[in-house]
Ligand binder design. Sequence first.
Ligand code: NAD
Length: 484
Amino acid sequence: MKINHPNLLEGNCKNCLGKEDVDSAVKAAREAFDRGPRPRFHGSARRKILLKFADLIEQNTEELAALDAIDTGKFIYLLKIADIPLALDTISYFNTQCKEKHLEKVYQRAQYKLQAYTLHESIGVVGHIIPWNFLIGLFSMKVGPEFVAGCTMVVKPAEQTPLSALSCAHLAKLVGIPVGVLKVVPGFGPAAGAAISSHMDIDMVSFTGSTGRLIMQVAATINLKPQCLELGGNNNLYYLMSINKGQNIILKKFDFKTRGAIVPSVFVHFAHGVTLFAQRGEICVAGSRVFVQHGIYDEFLLKLKEKAKNWVVGDPFDPNSRQGSQVDKTQYEKILSYIERGKKEGATLFYANWRRNVQKIAVRHLSYYIEPTIFIDVKDDMTIAQEEIFGPVMSLFKFKNVEEAIKRANGTKCGLAAGIMTNDLNIANRVLRSIRAGAIWINCYSAFDGDCPCGGYKMSGFGMDTLKKYLQVKSITTPIHNSP
Ligand code: NAD
């Protein structure tokens, strides 16, 4: 396949845009909103367009997957079987919401002989700032609900990865989404990103990224716009044995084979979602902190090592690869520095064969491969345990009982996601209620659905992209008997 894009060979974001471009995109979005996407696009029209959009994304799966693989280094098979189907699901789901009548509620105020009702109106022009790690998926999670809500959008993809968002904007135009309803402005954070977050004519800022502090500061000091912040994670996976009612650990052999392909799921388990190493750790829900119950710990380590040895890291376009390249040099060096920090602070490098497979590939001028890296003897307060590494680095923790595991796992500042692998659903139910995380998977991991919220606790953010977020409520009161 030949991909012809000006950004490809000259370095990412060659054509990055700045404040003036954001100003003109916001102007177009404002005009499109004020002309009123709602009157011009009633439910059925909107529905037709979204369906066509989903169709066109599907028809362009090969190209979109290739663009994201080139930009991010993620291996293409994963993009084709996970990211793009998620985008399609999401857009198709929101397509079904176009005609829903859940936007109004009537209140009786009989004592005053009045009645009131509420209208849920589109919030207006939404400015999006998105990270580099999950392009097409995040793009669809934003565009789908907003289009249904009647918003117009200015989207800034991360500077490292503008290609698939630009391509989607082109597809949007082809299906008849009016110019101004969706504008993509590729640019650097401090330029285009800051221009969006501080813009006075944007009605809401939706930010997905690491900490969101700058975005909040701008709102507090400049424009006081409502925000949706979806932030970083540092996520826990539990591997639990059965326990009996008295909570004594039963030291029977854990059923590694049948319990949802337990160990392989740490690597990749396509049937139930995709996990740490297949995503090169570059996913907000990466299950990098793995708590394993002591009765199964040794066997778990053995199986993990076996799996790691056969794991293929390499060219994202090679069908044999299971893990591609890190996104760029900065990220690569950041991950290596975390690995060094882990060693210095006293964790044991149980498995690290990274650099084994380093190779250059044709379409990316530079490729940064890091093999699965597994630490044991990790103390709860070590840097690698406490910070989001965003790389294929796993820390293993051994624990005795469930209470201990919950307490230790909750001991981080993030609360995005967690997974529970067990053959005892009673334990799973107990644990899931005590974990402070926005999304929990049981005997699977990292499986997303367009209509299922994935919010955050603690410093993993607040607010997420659902239809409600993009609607503003207005109440209208009138006399019950409407005579003068
Ligand atoms: P980042 O915070 O560095 O950047 C995110 C976006 O913000 C980019 O588009 C960047 O250009 C922009 N930006 C940078 N400086 C800015 C500024 N001064 N003003 C406005 N915008 C600015 O994050 P990243 O490294 O690109 O992405 C990885 C992070 O995103 C991880 O922490 C990951 O966990 C998180 N993430 C969270 C979710 C979620 O749903 N919670 C989803 C995906 C990624």
